[in-house]
Design a protein around this ligand. Structure first.
Ligand code: X8Z
Ligand code: ZN
Length: 636
């Protein structure tokens, strides 16, 4: 208490002191004292917030790895307690509002600025309780949703992570896929709609208290970039022509399998046929491989054959990080992480990485299965933990990515190396690959199905949410507007007519649990920029040398690349992301779509030619009605 009282007194006196001229030594001493007081306050807040954060993260972990009513209530209590602590801290920080600029210390100023935005915590206590509860409710519906088997209707315990993802990926039975696609939405999104109605105004109220027009604007403020939405739009415009080529090619390949009755020549692609529940990354390499007689770059069969386990997949990733001279996972990580479904309880199976805010405890929760997609996801999650490890020395306010896209990009950047045929060969998952043009194209096609197909999905996701937050998409149109955006950006359509009784966006984790999505879009662009910078450091890439293209680079064992990456990661969010990026790239920090374009250049040329050769229509036109605009039957 005493400390606070003295501080308050000091703060009150500051403007007077700082206004004195000339700058006598007395003033300098006073100035130093004030500076020290500010630094001390921030240290104390950092320490307090870290301790409280540790408590709440423990309960978040408990709930997410064991979904019970008890754990839910404990978690909610802890979240509210943490919010109260944050608010108190915020009040203390607010007292420095007028004075802090005069400190002329960017490092302190940035911490103040960070701590001055409370986010949803700013809501009054009762409303915060409702807000937290509604998000937990939606997540719980999503995380515990089950569907009945198509082949055995009496078996009704199919889950997304264990069963449905696998069916989407492997079944090529149109009716089965349609059934799974629909029932997942009936049993998740549809039940979430009524809660989303409560959620939107609360989220916006919190944003307004923080000085933003709505929640979408508050989310975007994390990028500290004027006109950021326009930048995203410009990046997408640059990539759209390539996406359209990929889309046309895949549509033709799918049409050859499912027939013209299912996929029309110029229409959008039915969403249930793309190998993934949301058509966000297209797992149809089996159908779309350009040269099917050449080696398949999906190494799932080899992983199974070689007796891979989830643990081994994470160890492989740990080895990769270590080979770059980055930090190995601590023992506690291996002891406490949940790397596969425990089988005896409900778990939130969406992969995630936890920072317990004490510099010691870091864990991953992933219901890992032995396949290549999960191997890449393991690297993704390990990237989050590596970032946590690299910035753990920083004050609480700076323990974040350069921007949200940075955090999502780290593990994926390394996975770009891991996925190369050369690297897969190095680790024994491919044998004697004769690299030639056809293998190259196969590889790039597989990568494009994941990286390029994803971009318009990510863009559609948050464009939809921004529309809800700013009111331009009214509640009566929520579902149909979603399909309009999916049509416009992705050129896909639902496999059966949707209505406003459905709520298809709610069948996606990040909507149900209110996690902004545009960071993934940013990540999928900048990970190629990071990759290029690292490949240059590793001497693995040379724009002038055709034998060293970007897509063949593997930075494995490059200490130089790892050190440069570490230098950027260690900054956390203490610098503007553009500055952090230039630490790695040595160039002006910006989002630059030309790098991903360069990476895929041989494939883009190949697709253009192939589509031309087959007279394939590039683009899409409406081929029916996809959604019925009418008020939902349960609207008030
Ligand atoms: O949610 C994730 C990660 C956790 S941050 C598994 N991703 C997005 C998704 O699954 O929708 C990674 C790629 C996009
Ligand atoms: Zn992530």
């Amino acid at each position: 208490m005493a400390v606070i009282a003295i501080l308050a007194l000091t703060v009150v006196c500051i403007p007077g002191i700082l206004a004195q001229t000339p700058d006598t030594s007395h003033v300098q001493v006073e100035r130093q004292l004030i500076h020290n007081a500010a630094a001390r306050l921030l240290r104390e807040e950092s320490s307090l917030l870290s301790k409280e954060c540790t408590k709440v993260v423990h309960l978040l972990w408990e709930y997410n790895t064991n979904i019970t009513a008890y754990n839910k209530e404990e978690m909610l209590k802890a979240q509210l307690n943490y919010a109260a602590v944050q608010k108190e801290s915020w009040r203390r920080v607010q007292k420095w509002t007028k004075v802090r600029i005069l400190l002329k210390d960017q490092y302190l100023e940035r911490q103040f600025r960070e701590l001055a935005v409370l986010g949803s915590t700013a809501l009054p206590e009762e409303e915060l309780r409702d807000y937290t509860r509604v998000i937990t409710e939606m997540s719980t519906i999503y995380n515990t949703a089950k569907v009945c088997s198509y082949h055995d209707p009496s078996k009704c315990d199919l889950t997304l992570s264990k069963d449905l993802s696998e069916i989407l990926k492997t079944s090529r039975d149109n009716e089965e896929l349609k059934y799974i696609w629909k029932t997942w939405r009936d049993n998740s999104g549809k039940l979430i709609r009524q809660h989303y109605r409560d959620f939107i105004p609360m989220a916006n109220k919190a944003a307004k208290i923080n000085g933003f027009a709505n929640q979408g604007d508050m989310d975007i403020s994390a990028y500290e970039t004027e006109g950021f939405r326009q930048e995203i739009a410009a990046v997408w415009e640059q990539l759209k022509p390539f996406y359209e080529q990929l889309h046309a090619y895949v549509r033709r390949k799918l049409r050859e399998v499912y027939g013209e009755d299912v996929i029309s020549e110029r229409g959008p692609i039915p969403a249930h046929l793309l190998g993934n529940m949301w058509a966000q990354q297209w797992l149809v390499y089996d159908i779309a491989s350009p040269y099917p007689n050449k080696v398949s770059l999906d190494v799932t069969p080899q992983m199974i054959e070689q007796g891979y386990t989830p643990k081994k997949m994470f160890e492989l990733s740990d080895d990769f990080f270590a080979s770059l001279n980055l930090t190995r996972m601590p023992d506690s990580f291996w002891k406490h992480s949940l790397l596969e479904h425990p089988g005896d309880r409900e778990v939130n199976c969406h992969a995630s990485a936890f920072d317990f805010c004490n510099g010691e405890d870091f864990r991953i929760k992933q219901c890992t299965k032995v396949n290549m997609v999960d191997l890449i996801t393991a690297h993704h999650e390990m990237g989050h933990i590596q970032y946590y490890l690299q910035y753990k020395h920083l004050p609480y306010a700076f323990r974040n990515g350069g921007n949200p896209g940075f955090h999502e990009a780290l593990g994926d950047t390394l996975a770009l190396s891991v996925s190369t045929p050369k690297h897969l060969e190095k680790i024994g998952l491919l044998k004697e690959v004769q690299e030639d043009y056809e293998v190259d194209i196969n590889f790039l096609l597989q990568m494009a199905l994941s990286k390029i197909a994803f971009l318009p999905f990510a863009y559609a996701m948050d464009s939809w949410r921004w529309g809800l937050f700013d009111g331009s998409i009214p509640e009566k149109d929520w579902n149909c507007a979603w399909w309009d955006l999916r049509y416009e950006f992705q050129g896909i359509k639902p496999p059966l007519l949707r209505t406003e009784d459905d709520f298809d966006p709610g069948a996606k984790y990040h909507v149900a649990s209110n996690r902004a999505y545009i960071g993934y879009f940013v990540s999928f662009i900048i990970q190629f920029q990071f990759h290029k910078a690292l490949c240059l450091k590793a001497g693995q890439y040379d724009s002038e040398d055709p034998s060293k293209p970007l897509h063949k680079c593997d930075i494995y064992e490059s200490v130089e690349a790892g050190n440069a990456l570490g230098d950027m990661l260690q900054l956390g969010s203490s610098k503007h992301w553009k500055e952090a990026m230039s630490v790695l790239t040595g160039e002006e920090g910006k989002m630059d779509a030309s790098v991903i374009r360069e990476y895929f250049k041989p494939l883009e040329d190949w697709l253009r030619e192939d589509n031309l050769k087959h007279g394939e229509f590039v683009g899409w036109r409406p081929d029916g009605q996809y959604c019925v605009y009418k008020a939902p039957s349960n609207s008030q």
